[in-house]
Design a protein around this ligand. Structure first.
Ligand SMILES: NC(=O)c1ccc[n+]([C@@H]2O[C@H](COP(=O)([O-])OP(=O)(O)OC[C@H]3O[C@@H](n4cnc5c(N)ncnc54)[C@H](OP(=O)(O)O)[C@@H]3O)[C@@H](O)[C@H]2O)c1
Length: 351
C-alpha cells in the first residue's frame, strides 16, 4: 500500500477514548478522521478538541463512511461485540479495547467476521508493547532464567472509576471485574510462559468491601497452572493508593524482578526498574524507553498503521484476546464455586 495517511475513526470519547484520540493524532501516518460518542457533552468535547474530525452521536454514521480504514473502539465493555461487529461487517480494520468481548461466543463471532471480510483485529493489551514488560519477555525467551516455573504479578491501586453512566460498577455492563484489570495480567503470564504451552486450570478467590455486593471484587487473587508444573499467581487490590505493579518471575536458573509505579495508571511520569539474577549475581537492566499505558497507546497506533501498510504483526491478536477472556471467565467460575476451574470448560466443545 502507498504511504498515504491511514484514516482512523474512533468510537468512544470517555476517559480512555480521550487518550486514544491524542495517540492517533500524534501518530505519523495516521489521521483522526471521525469520532463518535453517545452524549451531546462528549460530542461537543470531541468537536472542540479535534475540530478537523467529523463528530457523530450515532456510531453507525461513522461506520458507514467509506473513507475510513480502521476503527478504534473504546466504549463500555458490554458494547464491544455489537459495535466491533458493525465495524468489521463494514469492511474496516478494528482496534478493540480489552476485554475483547464478554463471552467466548462473542469473541468467536468477531474472529469469524474478521476472516470473512479479511480485516485485522488488534486487541488493547498494551502491556505487550511496554519496554519494561517486553524486556522481561525477551529475557525469559532468551533462556536467562532457564525454564520459567513461577511468576507473581501483583497490582496495588486505587479503586476503579465509575465510567460513563456508572457502567463499570454494573456487572451487566462490565461482565465481571476480572475482565477489567486482571485481564491484562492473565494475558501477560500466558505470554511469558508461551514456551511451555497453554494454561489449563485456574483457582481464584476474591472479596469485597461491600457485603451486599460481592461481585465488586476489591481484592482478587488467582493461581494459573501451565504445563510442566509451572504456575503464575495474579493478585490485585483496589483498596490501596496510586498504581504499583510488580512482576517477579523465577526459573530453573535465575530470577527477574520488574516494577512500575505511578500516581495513577496513566501518569506521564512513572518510575520503573528491572533487576535480573542469573543464579550468581544481580544486575540492574537498563530500560531506556519510557513505559506506561499512555506511551504504549502511541506505540499501538504506530503498530496498527504499519500492520495495515506493510503487514507488521500485531502484538496481541484476536486469538490472544479470546484467550484472556477465557482465562477471566474460568477465574470468575472458580471464585463462584470455590473450586479450581478448567479453562477448557469455558471454551466451546468444538474448539
Ligand atoms: N487497555 C487499557 O489499559 C484500558 C484502560 C481503560 C479502559 N479500557 C477499556 O476501554 C473501554 C472504555 O473505557 P473508559 O474508561 O474510557 O470508559 P468511559 O470513560 O466510561 O468512556 C466510555 C465512552 O464510551 C461512549 N459510549 C457509550 N456508548 C456509546 C455508543 N453507543 N456509541 C458511541 N460511544 C459510546 C461514552 O459516551 P458518553 O461520554 O457520551 O457517555 C464514553 O465516551 C472499556 O472497555 C475499558 O475496559 C482499557
Amino acid at each position: 500500500m502507498a504511504d498515504s495517511q491511514i484514516r482512523f475513526g474512533l468510537i468512544g470519547f470517555g476517559a480512555w477514548g480521550n487518550f486514544h484520540a491524542g495517540a492517533i493524532a500524534k501518530t505519523e501516518g495516521a489521521e483522526l478522521a471521525a469520532i463518535a460518542a453517545a452524549s451531546q457533552a462528549s460530542c461537543a468535547a470531541a468537536r472542540e478538541a479535534y475540530p478537523k474530525a467529523a463528530v457523530y452521536s450515532d456510531y453507525r454514521e461513522l461506520v458507514r463512511r467509506d473513507d475510513i480504514d480502521v476503527v478504534d473502539v473504546v466504549v463500555p465493555s458490554h458494547l464491544h461485540h455489537a459495535i466491533a461487529s458493525a465495524v468489521l461487517a463494514a469492511g474496516k480494520h478494528l482496534l478493540l479495547e480489552k476485554p475483547m468481548a464478554l463471552s467466548i461466543r462473542e469473541c468467536d463471532d468477531l474472529i469469524a467476521l474478521a476472516r470473512k471480510y479479511d480485516r485485522l483485529i488488534g486487541i488493547g493489551h498494551e502491556l505487550r508493547l511496554s519496554s519494561l514488560w517486553t524486556k522481561v519477555k525477551d529475557l525469559v525467551d532468551g533462556g536467562f532464567v532457564g525454564e520459567p516455573q513461577y511468576a507473581l504479578v501483583e497490582l496495588s491501586r486505587r479503586p476503579y472509576r465509575l465510567g460513563s453512566q456508572n457502567w463499570r460498577y454494573d456487572i451487566g455492563r462490565v461482565g465481571n471485574w476480572i475482565l477489567e484489570e486482571p485481564i491484562h495480567f492473565f494475558d501477560l503470564v500466558r505470554w511469558y510462559f508461551e514456551s511451555l504451552g497453554e494454561p489449563h486450570t485456574i483457582y481464584a478467590t476474591a472479596n469485597s468491601k461491600q457485603p451486599d455486593r460481592p461481585e465488586l471484587q476489591d481484592n482478587f487473587s488467582a493461581i494459573v497452572h501451565f504445563p510442566r508444573g509451572a504456575y503464575a499467581v495474579i493478585s490485585q487490590t483496589l483498596s490501596a493508593f496510586e498504581h504499583h505493579q510488580t512482576v517477579k518471575l523465577t526459573g530453573t536458573k535465575g530470577a527477574l524482578w520488574a516494577s512500575w509505579s505511578g500516581a495513577m495508571d496513566r501518569t506521564p511520569h512513572p518510575t520503573f526498574a528491572l533487576r535480573a539474577f542469573d543464579g550468581e549475581r544481580v544486575e540492574e537492566v537498563l530500560i531506556d524507553k519510557i513505559t506506561g499505558e499512555v506511551y504504549e497507546l502511541e506505540d499501538q497506533m504506530t503498530m496498527l498503521v504499519e500492520a495495515i501498510r506493510n503487514g507488521r504483526p500485531l502484538s496481541c491478536t484476536a486469538e490472544d484476546g479470546r484467550w484472556s477472556v477465557a482465562m477471566c471467565l474460568a477465574a470468575q467460575q472458580s471464585v463462584e464455586t470455590g473450586r479450581p476451574a478448567l479453562i477448557a470448560d469455558v471454551l466451546p466443545a468444538d474448539v
